[in-house]
Ligand binder design. Structure first.
Ligand code: ADP
Ligand code: MG
Length: 667
């Protein structure tokens, strides 16, 4: 076993500069530690013991001189190479224990296995914990353990990857004398089991148990002697048969775990670390994701309601008919009285439109007036529209019960009526209205059909009306001689402007209106224009929505970045510790990115819930349908995770690039 050099340090110098002060913490130090040795480094405070220990542990880089690990030089190795070497070859025990808070003993002990790529094995962890005398303490957190017990957990953690050398810097400095003896006993037994031990101490008593004592002063080695160990009174090591417990590695280590399995295990570990970090500061985490939450809530609510509003509008637009021109007398332009120059439409004008217009697929002249409907004892006041039988097709109003009236009925001025659902409900109740005789303004009519239900458009009930043939309405019910408006359906949208011009020309000629006055005399409303206006309004809404979303996600992301910076600063020592235990920069980066992504997703989830709530309430109040698709929800979750990762990247990068020794010394 002996004769292999674990560590060789040659002419190592380490200089600390503080302003103009230059301090040689190590001054041309050379030292070789053989496998199986038990070395105590002793000296007054500030003599460079810890600095030397950090060199041996590959935590710090010398200013000059060289270091060999297992007889191989470490110069030229990257930070990550050094991390891998530390993970597999070196076990650290610190004066301050440096256990992860809120983390059980067994999780602490298992941590280096994550970084060294050894498959996690609970029984292996339990075996090591039992060896240091903590058989029943594996689920205890550091706060539930005494100092001596915490240091034993730290020793178990140092042993889990079977290091070549165990480095202990003042391991008993914070302990009572009984705990000190227990810890020293463990170190002696480990050494008897074949592990190289290097211990730093300033206590004379402790140096007695080592096989070799190196004395330091002012950054130099002043003596280096071999000795026969003398055990302190009360140490079990006095009885040399107690080493048995530490034949830990006789049965072999757990297998290495690489590839996908290893990545999955790391991802799981980072997730639970992230959850722990986020939940241990609930209020802080909540406040940091508030920006994302509000942004997402606004987007979800508006998207949900916007979708509902769009559906409602689309339904209404479909009800208006497609490619429809509506012609009204008079001007709708502001500043001109609607009636002043208004033309009047007479039946022969309609006939002219029918014969002269091209590209027209349907034409529905209309008159309307108030009508009192009577059936048996019931009466109902509603609006009555007289029109051609084409109206039903033009306005998506074909009766869904019964039938439309025919051209023949129209010319014969038949007394037939199609009634809306509201009218039917109010005068017929549950009775079947089809075929029933009703009176409209005291004229008998037969009900032949029911208009399809259209619901309310927000300001009026679209089912509260009765439709009868045009001539019947004009001659038999109202006594009108003119038509109130005309709906013209055009075959193709692109022909609508042409037809609009034709309509105007026909009226100019027939009514002798000068061309410049035509727009004061009649209005042609293009339904396609209205539809286009509405859809462009929708587009503007979507654009505004995405601007709001982007701004709030930006603000939310800055919130996450801010809290991640705080988190990294707070956990600088933890980062140093993880690096000492073998974590690479990428491991640290990943861990913090997981945390940032989790914050983002939490913000997103809270935002979805809040937005959903708001939209549901708003939907009830407006009676608009409200829809949030799972696509939207998963999209939002993905986006917020991305926001977390993007804004968490800089803090995580900062954490990943910390030097282990600086991080460990951070106060
Ligand atoms: P000790 O023997 O007490 O463990 P150290 O090795 O910690 O001594 O320190 C050796 C000397 O180097 C001390 O004078 C200390 O003040 C100085 N020193 C250690 N680390 C730093 C640092 N990061 N910056 C400046 N001086 C340092
Ligand atoms: Mg020290």
């Amino acid at each position: 076993m002996a004769n292999v050099n674990v560590i060789t340090i040659s002419n190592v110098t380490k200089i600390f500069r503080m302003g103009d002060n230059v301090l040689k913490a190590l001054d041309d130090v050379s030292l070789t530690i053989e496998s199986g040795d038990f070395v105590a480094i002793v000296g007054p405070s500030g003599s460079g013991k810890s600095t030397l220990m950090n060199m041996i542990g590959l935590l710090d880089i010398p200013d000059s001189g060289s270091i060999l690990m297992s007889e191989r030089p470490i110069t030229g190795l990257t930070d990550d190479d050094l991390s891998h070497l530390r993970a597999r070859s070196i076990g650290f025990v610190f004066q301050q224990f440096n256990l992860l808070a809120r983390t059980t003993a067994s999780e602490n002990v298992g941590l280096p296995m994550l970084y060294s790529g050894v498959a996690y094995d609970q029984s292996w962890v339990e075996k090591i914990l039992a060896a240091v005398g903590l058989k029943d303490r594996s689920e205890h957190t550091p706060a539930q353990l005494s100092g001596g017990q915490q240091q034993r957990v730290a020793i178990a953690r140092a042993l889990v990857n079977k290091p070549l050398v165990l480095l202990a810097d003042e391991p008993t400095g914070n302990l009572d004398s009984q705990s000190e003896r227990d810890i020293l006993d463990i170190l002696v037994q480990l050494n008897r089991a074949g592990i190289t031990v290097v211990i730093v101490t300033h206590e004379q008593e402790v140096t007695q148990i080592a096989k070799r004592v190196i004395r330091m002063r002012d950054g130099r080695i002043v003596s280096d002697e071999r000795q026969t160990p003398v055990f302190i009174e009360g140490m079990k090591a006095i009885d040399s048969s107690t080493a048995s417990e530490f034949h830990l590695y006789d049965g072999g280590m757990p297998p290495r775990e690489t590839g996908l399995k290893g990545h999955i295990r790391k991802a799981k570990s980072y997730t639970s670390e992230a959850l722990r970090a986020v939940t241990s500061n609930k209020i802080r985490s909540f406040l940091s994701v508030l920006g994302i939450m509000i942004g997402v809530a606004a987007v979800i609510a508006m998207l949900g309601l916007g979708e509902g509003a769009k559906k409602t509008m689309e339904k209404e637009l479909a009800g208006l008919g497609s490619n429809l021109l509506s012609v009204y007398p008079g001007s709708m332009r502001p500043g001109i009285g609607p009636g002043s120059n208004a033309v009047r439409f007479f039946p022969d004008d309609i006939t002219a439109l029918r014969t002269d217009l091209t590209h027209v697929t349907g034409l529905a002249p209309r008159v309307s007036g108030k009508g009192l409907i009577q059936f048996e004892e019931k009466t109902w006041s509603t609006s009555v529209t007289g029109t051609s039988n084409e109206y039903a097709a033009l306005r998506a109003s074909l009766p869904d019960v019964g039938r439309n009236f025919t051209k023949e009925e129209e010319t014969a001025r038949a007394r037939v009526a199609i009634i809306g659902r509201t009218v039917a409900k109010n005068i017929f109740g549950d009775k079947d209205p089809i075929g029933a005789e009703v009176k409209i303004n005291r004229v008998y009519f037969q009900v032949i059909g029911l208009l399809p239900a259209k619901g309310s458009n927000g300001w009026q009930d679209q089912d509260d009306l009765v439709i009868i043939p045009l001539e019947t309405a004009m001659r038999r019910v109202f006594g009108y001689d003119n038509v109130h408006s005309v709906d013209v359906q055009v075959d193709k949208t692109e022909n609508m402007p042409e037809v609009e011009d034709q309509i105007k020309t026909i009226f100019q000629e027939r009514k002798r209106i000068p061309p410049e006055k035509i727009d004061d005399s009649l209005t042609v409303r293009n339904m396609a224009d209205i539809q286009a206006a509405i859809s462009s309004t929708n587009q503007i809404m979507s654009l505004l929505l995405s601007i709001i979303a982007s701004i709030s996600l930006l603000v939310g992301g800055i919130g996450v970045m801010n809290i991640m910076l705080v988190s990294v600063t707070e956990r600088t020592r933890e980062i140093g510790l993880r690096k000492a235990l073998g974590a690479t920069s990428f491991d640290i980066l990943s861990q913090f990115l997981f945390e940032a992504a989790l914050l983002g997703v939490i913000g997103g989830a809270l935002g979805v819930a809040l937005g959903w709530g708001i939209a549901t309430i708003a939907a009830v109040m407006t009676s608009w349908p409200f829809e949030v698709s799972t696509t939207v929800v998963s999209f939002v979750t993905g986006i917020t995770a991305m926001v977390g990762i993007i804004f968490g990247f800089w803090p995580a990068k900062k954490a990943a690039s910390l030097q282990p020794i600086q991080a460990l010394k951070y106060e």
